[in-house]
Write a protein that binds this ligand. Structure first.
Ligand code: SAH
Ligand code: SF4
Ligand code: F3S
Length: 488
């Protein structure tokens, strides 16, 4: 049963938002404002987008959003600071606790400041306990499934001086939260929450809850609205988009659907120009989706397909539910349908019990597939996951040495793949002036590769424009090019 948050509850959140806004507007008018808020994000795209929703809610409460702040700056400290946390690896958690601790001094200078912690880390009981006891300056803790209740906990803090720590977890699907998006031309749209896969190393299913999909009509309406406001590219988000739609038949009046159907609707019923998605679990990549990618010009020829390991025995221990051969077969199917597809992946090194032979299987898979890019991670032991209990943890020196070999191999391949682009003319969506050189523009190809390109003033290139660009140079993580012509 999918817990769709009722319109009445959302209306109540809106009422509380307006109440906070009236109070904040009065402060502004008295000359003591404006009040400011900052959301600090850790973790994946899912969290980045959740932060956009948190900022949208804070804006509605009458706060001015600031991108960042410095603790040295006395009255420059925001009135609200939210940490949107990640716990996928241990080092992320350590960094976050460091930052939450560091803000304590600022709160001494500004006692009325509100500090909140949200996101994945707060779905672990031990973390909530630690905040409750040792981080007394934190006013509220919200889990991944109850961020929509931000107006409620903020109102409790502002009007009743109440601290909220330890709300019960919820696997909710809230609708109607207006995200404050960072980018006008590219937007994230969540299509589903949670994960049911329980890979043996991964904490996400425990902190994001069970898989639950948004209704297709809600998703299509959001994409259409974004397109009408000027968004050109949409990234559909879910931990495993290929199992989108499971269980939706139980919602009154909803037909059986799946991700291939959904993405076709987003292409045909909205004015967006480019559609991407992540993440796809290899075990669920369907022939229907591959067909949709081949047939639908709006779907970018790009696929992020995390393999984790190239060894069948290690994949089995990881509970990934595919073999090396299954994975290679899937890649071949995708390449048959989309010969120019840009493929990227995630790889993990040092999973418990990883032998040299298993590691060599991963290296050889990299050589065989030749990914355009790979995100490489060192295994981190996550309390509560099956792999954490394994007595076979790999020694640190071995892991480091393997990690080095892995990144060297992949960097060479990424560079060679980029070299193959030299001399080609590609379409990019312009993101703005290049960060490293103000005489150049930066844009992204359909394959999601960054291109830094030159253009004459007469070309009038602007952020959000599509341009055809000749590739003239290649590095490991980016391409160089020259403007050819503007395009739609
Ligand atoms: N749902 C996505 C992944 C989300 S987490 C998928 O299945 O592809 C992103 C990446 O973090 C994973 O692909 C994995 O490579 C890495 N990761 C997850 N748990 C980890 C852990 N305990 N230690 C190190 N890396 C981890
Ligand atoms: Fe984690 Fe596996 Fe779910 Fe991805 S599919 S979020 S790696 S459990
Ligand atoms: Fe993402 Fe980190 Fe949570 S990777 S889903 S923010 S644990």
């Amino acid at each position: 049963m999918i817990n769709r948050v009722s319109p009445e509850t959302m209306a109540e959140m809106d009422r509380l938002s307006r109440k906070i806004k009236e109070r904040n507007d009065a402060i502004r008018e008295s000359g003591a404002g404006p009040l400011t808020a900052c959301v600090k994000t850790f973790g994946c795209q899912m969290n980045e987008h959740d932060s956009e929703k948190l900022r949208g809610m804070l804006k509605r409460m009458g706060y001015d959003i600031v991108p960042d702040f410095s603790l040295g700056g006395g009255n420059l400290i925001p009135d609200v600071v939210l940490f949107n946390t990640c716990c996928v690896r241990e080092n992320a958690e350590d960094r976050i606790f460091g930052q939450i601790g560091a803000i304590k001094g600022a709160k001494k200078l500004k006692p009325e400041m509100i500090v909140g912690v949200c996101g994945c880390m707060t779905e672990q009981d031990w973390a909530v306990e630690r905040i409750r006891k040792s981080y007394r300056h934190v006013d509220m803790v919200l889990g991944t499934g109850n961020t929509y209740r931000l107006p409620e906990v903020m109102a409790a803090r502002i009007f009743d001086g109440k601290r909220t720590v330890g709300l019960a977890s919820e696997d909710s699907v809230p609708e109607g939260i207006e995200a404050d998006r960072e980018d006008r031309f590219r937007a994230y749209v969540t299509i589903m929450y949670g994960c049911d896969n329980f890979c043996s190393y991964c904490i996400v299913p425990y902190v994001r809850g069970r898989e639950r999909s948004r209704l297709p009509d809600d998703i299509v309406a959001e994409c259409a609205k974004l397109a009408s406001e000027g968004t050109k590219e949409i990234m559909l988000l879910g931990q495993n988009v290929n199992s989108y739609g499971k269980g939706l038949e139980s919602v009154d009046g909803t037909e059986k659907t799946d991700f291939a159907k959904l993405i076709r609707r987003v292409c045909s019923e909205t004015g967006v120009k480019r559609v991407r998605f992540m993440t796809s679990h290899p075990k669920d990549l369907s022939p229907d989706l591959i067909a949709a990618m081949a047939e639908e010009p709006k779907i970018c020829a790009q696929l992020h397909l995390p393999v984790q390991s190239g060894s069948t025995s290690e994949l089995k221990r990881m509970n990934r539910k595919y073999t090396r051969e299954d994975y290679l077969r899937r890649v071949a199917e995708v390449r048959r349908a989309l010969p120019d597809v840009a493929l990227s992946t995630d790889i993990m090194i040092g999973f418990p019990g990883e032998t040299e032979e298993e590691f060599l299987d991963t290296l050889s898979l990299l050589e065989e597939v030749r990914f355009d890019a790979a995100f490489t991670f060192i295994y981190s032991r996550r309390q509560g996951t099956p792999a954490a209990a394994s007595p076979d943890q790999v020694p640190e020196e071995v892991v480091k040495e393997r990690f080095q070999r892995l990144t060297e191999t992949q960097n060479r391949i990424s560079r060679e793949k980029n070299e193959e682009m030299r001399g080609k003319v590609v379409t990019v969506l312009t993101e703005g002036v290049s960060r490293t050189n103000v005489d150049r523009y930066t844009g992204r190809t359909e394959g999601n590769k960054i291109v830094n390109f030159t253009a004459p003033d007469s070309a009038k290139v602007d952020t959000g424009d599509f341009a055809r660009v000749l590739i003239t140079g290649a590095q490991t993580w980016s391409l160089e090019g020259e403007f050819v012509e503007s395009t739609d």
